[in-house]
Design a protein around this ligand. Structure first.
Ligand code: ZN
Length: 586
């Protein structure tokens, strides 16, 4: 454990879970709950529900459930402490730490992030006002980057000096090294990592600066781009440039545009497409997809994934399947890059995204566009090449459709081509089997739901004796013994915890007294049945028989009274007390 329980509880209490989740999926208010499409599985009708009072969510489709901390852990791949820290940051709460080592690591990351923040500000200021940045300013202006844009993206200029940043910020050597901002050279002197480059600060999804991408000015020597190395705060295979700015629109449109460079992201934004992000000098990884999937279901690639070579298609289809995303490709005009198009032809850029095609469709289009379809031989070759691509797709249904399309476009018999792709069965398609079961909510679940959602309304009415089955009894015990809902979840066995989380978002449209009365009537009926069954064996013992008969009569009257609004409360109290005694006697 890193953070003491009291601190965790304070953070939970201060967190607006609806606001938090709304950053990922739009939620709509339904009664006292909020509902939306589940961010954890693909669905068309909402089965994801949030209870803001208890601070928990539950999906009736995929059974995902938890609180704000779980949500952050699942959506942002954070550990428990990381998630609590982030929520604490949002709520302006200072948390403490139990273990010295952990505290040291977290403190270290904070120091590095602060150093990065200072570097971003310093480089940015240099670009805006230093005389030696005139060439960089001119270059940016020519690319259509005005002052507002430069400020928005906090672009910077690293001067053509050995140690300008190091001297200005006076950062300790280890901080320079661990942020990738500087290094110790062969003469044992500290040197800046970036020199004579326009800098694009890279932020994590929360807007914390973690790295730089540095572009050289045209005509200068050296590689076009130089990027920060992997550091304790920067993991290239996870971080996406621009996500901090784009996530709102990504959620809103349920679509993210993925490009390859910083300037592409800016180009898309200039064209009015604010949902673009870029990988930072790496290929798209599965971790990137995992991160993005939490924000959107549709991934539009604004780069030539097909050119990424062998295995790219297979990987994309695999991700579509395992992460339940749709991957499409935007066909950009040949030889153009989004960075330039954003300014030169924003309509073309927007159209490319709007008309993005599924990856397989895109590949087939391109393959057929290059083919010579004028002769029978040419059409056969074109069809074979296209079918080769079709065969790579894991879904037979998809394969058959594309085979039909290829047949039509190559003017060949449909049956023959469809048969050709049928044979190559690969991974079977997964049928979306997650459906919400139309389960009737019985009185025990209703009573538990009330005990979870408005404990004060039922706590004084309920007793263990009212719960017949083990699962509900376990759930009730966990609730009754805990002070907070989270404590109950921690102490409940997994099945009971799952039940409680589901009930936390169940809509209860019933009077607490009616619910408990129903539950008590059920319990009384069970007792009556047991007494009646036993009465037969008491025929030889007139006294015991009379007592049982009397008891049955008494129970039946109480059950009758439960239906009478004036008598219900009093009768319920008597019944529950009797049932509790009975349970105690065993
Ligand atoms: Zn779900």
């Amino acid at each position: 454990m890193g953070i003491p329980a009291e601190d965790v509880e304070r953070v939970r209490a201060a967190t607006d879970i609806v606001a938090l989740i709304s950053e990922h999926v739009p939620l709509r208010r339904v009664g006292r709950r909020w509902q939306g499409l589940c961010p954890f599985h693909a669905e068309k009708t909402p089965s994801f529900s949030v209870n803001p009072e208890l601070g928990v969510y539950h999906c009736f489709g995929c059974k995902a459930s938890g609180d704000a901390i779980t949500f952050l852990r699942e959506t942002q791949q954070l550990d428990f402490v990381g998630a609590v820290e982030q929520l604490a940051g949002r709520a302006g709460i200072q948390v403490s730490y139990d273990s010295g080592r952990e505290q040291a690591e977290r403190g270290r990351r904070k120091v590095l992030a602060e150093a990065m923040g200072r570097a971003v500000a310093w480089y940015h200021e240099r670009l805006l006002s230093a005389p030696d940045a005139a060439a960089a300013r001119g270059y940016l202006r020519r690319r259509g980057y005005d002052g507002e844009l430069v400020r928005r993206y906090q672009l910077g200029w690293a001067p053509d000096e050995w140690d300008a940043l190091t001297r200005a910020l006076r950062l300790p050597t280890d901080v320079l090294r661990d942020t990738g901002l500087g290094f110790v050279n062969k003469r044992n002197r500290v040197q800046d990592a970036f020199r004579a480059r326009v800098l694009f600060p890279i932020f994590d999804a929360q807007g914390v600066p973690v790295a730089f991408g540095g572009r050289i000015l045209p005509g200068a020597d050296g590689p076009k781009y130089k990027n920060s190395p992997q550091t304790p705060i920067y993991d290239k295979s996870r971080v996406l440039y621009g996500l901090n700015w784009a996530k709102g629109e990504i959620v809103e449109r349920d679509e993210v545009v993925i490009c390859e460079g910083y300037t592409d992201v800016i180009g898309f934004a200039q064209a009015g497409v604010g949902r673009a992000v870029a990988t930072c000098g790496t290929a798209l990884t599965e971790q990137h997809v995992t991160v993005l999937r939490r924000f959107a279901r549709r991934l539009v690639l604004a780069f030539d994934a097909d050119a990424a070579g062998q295995g790219a298609a297979e990987r994309l289809y695999e991700w579509e399947r395992t992460h339940e995303v749709d991957v499409a490709v935007a066909a950009l005009p040949a030889g153009s890059d989004p960075g330039d198009l954003g300014r030169a032809d924003p309509d073309a850029l927007r159209a490319a995204v709007a008309e993005a095609k599924p990856f397989l469709g895109f590949r087939i289009d391109r393959s057929l566009a290059r083919a010579d379809l004028r002769t029978p031989e040419g059409r056969a070759r074109a069809a074979e090449a296209a079918l080769e691509m079709v065969r790579e797709h894991p879904s037979e249904i998809v394969r058959r459709q594309y085979a039909g399309e290829v047949a039509a476009r190559c003017d060949l018999p449909v049956e023959q081509l469809v048969t050709a792709v049928e044979r190559r069965g690969r991974t079977p398609i997964r049928v979306e089997a997650v459906t919400r079961s139309p389960s009737r909510v019985g009185p025990a679940d209703l009573a538990l739901a009330l005990a979870v959602q408005e404990p004060e309304s039922v706590a004084h009415l309920l007793d263990e004796a009212l719960f017949d089955d083990d699962l509900r009894l376990a759930a009730y015990r966990a609730l009754a013994r805990a002070v907070t809902f989270n404590e109950a979840l921690e102490h409940a066995d997994p099945r009971a915890a799952e039940l409680l989380q589901r009930l936390a978002v169940e809509e209860v449209d019933a009077e607490p007294l009616d619910v408990v009365a129903l539950l008590a009537a059920d319990a009384a009926s069970r007792e009556i049945a047991a007494l009646e069954a036993a009465a037969g064996r008491l025929a030889d013992d007139p006294e015991a028989f009379a007592h049982a008969a009397e008891l049955i009569g008494w129970l039946k009257r109480r059950v009758e009274e439960l239906r009478d609004p004036d008598m219900c409360a009093g009768s319920l109290e008597q019944l529950v007390a009797w049932l509790a005694d009975r349970a105690e006697e065993g």
